[in-house]
Design a protein around this ligand. Structure first.
Ligand code: DX5
Ligand code: ZN
Length: 223
């Protein structure tokens, strides 16, 4: 793990002012986010509906922060590649949503983006250990996907420690990302478990100054 990466989730931002909300974490200096995390939900894979490709295309024009798409949707094989074609930096989909995650990753990479695999809090890591080489990121959910502002589930950190061991032993380039309930009270334990990239929604966009929140979280994760 190098310098901790912070990915503010615009799920907690004002959806009527997305360009300004992206700008709030895109300034120069230490309050600049590493990625902008965009939660795509389809009201089928999760019990919530957010936004889709047209909004991501507009966000790509509105900011130079790399866009980290988190697809909480059914049929990622059908819907994921267009996000990569549009110019998203990462396209992450859920292991639980497909029988052939490697094929989806191949299509995402062929379309020009990094491929991410996400697992829900109750999904074990072991069945996916031999396919992590086909991915650029592993997104470990630390809340049930669907909503911001939920309580961090510390038990998922066992999966972070396990994948960190594999990455170090085999010298993999896989980045480990965590999503859900990350804030000033929880980020240190996640950092200690070997996380590279921290998604934070309410902790960033619920703060008075989102850029300052990014800076403070990154410092805390590095400590
Ligand atoms: C939840 C989303 C998260 C969410 C995190 O399904 O994947 O990205 O925005 O929000 P917080 O940081 O408030 O838990
Ligand atoms: Zn997310």
């Amino acid at each position: 793990t190098g310098t901790p990466m912070i990915a503010p989730s615009i799920l907690s931002a004002d959806f009527a002012n997305l360009a300004a909300e992206a700008r709030a974490v895109a300034g120069p200096g230490p309050g600049r986010a590493d990625w902008l995390h965009v939660d795509v939900m389809d009201a089928h894979f999760v019990p919530n509906l957010t936004l889709g490709l047209p909004v991501v295309e507009s966000l790509l024009k509105a900011t130079d922060i790399p866009i980290d798409c988190h697809l909480m949707i059914e049929q990622p094989g059908r819907w994921a590649p267009p996000y990569a074609e549009a110019g998203a930096h990462n396209v992450t989909f859920h292991a639980e949503a497909t029988d052939d995650p490697v094929a989806v990753a191949r299509d995402i990479r062929a379309a020009g983006a990094k491929a991410g695999l996400s697992i829900k809090p109750g999904t074990p890591l072991e069945p996916y250990l031999d396919i992590v080489r086909d991915f650029d990121t592993l997104l470990i959910m630390s809340v049930e996907p669907g909503f911001g502002g939920q309580k961090f589930i510390p038990e998922v950190l066992a999966k972070a420690r396990a994948i960190r061991k594999v990455i170090d032993a085999e010298d993999l380039t896989l980045l480990v990302e965590i999503d859900g309930g990350i804030n000033a009270d929880t980020i240190e334990q996640a950092a200690a478990a070997g996380i590279d990239c921290f998604v934070a929604g309410s902790a960033v966009y619920g703060a008075q100054d989102p850029g300052e929140a990014v800076h403070a979280l990154r410092e805390q994760a590095a400590a």
